[in-house]
Design a protein around this ligand. Sequence first.
Ligand code: SAM
Length: 264
Amino acid sequence: MSFKHKKKYGQNFLNDQNTILEKIMEVSNVNSEDEILEIGPGEGALTELLLEKSKKVNCVEIDTDLEKILRKKFDSNPKFNLHMGDILETDLDKIIGENTKVVANIPYYITSPIINKLIEHRDKIKEVYLMVQKEVGERVSAISGKERSVLTLAIEYFGEASYLFTIPKEFFTPIPKIDSGFISIKFHEDKKYEKQISEELFFKYVKAAFSNKRKNIVNNLSTLGIPKNIIQEKLEILGIPFNERAENITIEEFIALAKLLENK
Ligand code: SAM
């Protein structure tokens, strides 16, 4: 009997189109030194190739109906480690080693929480390769413009995201409504932005700046209780127009602005 896909778990499996799987392996450069974390192995289409190429594969899968299928396929391989459970509840420190590479076609309903969890464990993760919804991929790697969001800035603060390639929806079973994008995130080893401003302060201003996407930076930052004339004074120092929106402000400008506003 074939597996019945569950919508609630975001189960759109890569079907046997080896071109895509091979492309994933190629861009993520998986090699015999790598310890991999795969979130949501599904029926193991990607897992099989990861096991072939890497040193070790740690999989976290929530759906108990998939456990038997995965164990039957891979349990005899000593490189394979399956952890049943919700990735968001899993204590990653107990599972992953230093220098882990994440390669996964994740469940899209929890894309942001997964990325935030990987960011939290960045000290043990060297690179991240993820399949996400195409528009999310475009958003996290956007340099400027309306696609930028708090998530874009969160990733920029900790690392660098790149949009690698598009995967048409027909490559999945069942076929989803939208295409997917494959992205990479490489964390800043020198912690260049973390050194300049604390996470807490940075996100206080970034979240306020994006709180209402239709409003300009002055109106949005004033929700923090800062008088508008003070915000305008600091924007003028930085040469940022008063009617600018958060989406067009670079991370460097955000850091400079946050610092000026803290010292007001
Ligand atoms: N990697 C497989 C592939 O490419 O064919 C499956 C990808 S499918 C988009 C997402 C997978 O994540 C499914 O196997 C689903 O059961 C699993 N999943 C969903 N929610 C999860 C969660 N909270 N924790 C761990 N795995 C989850």
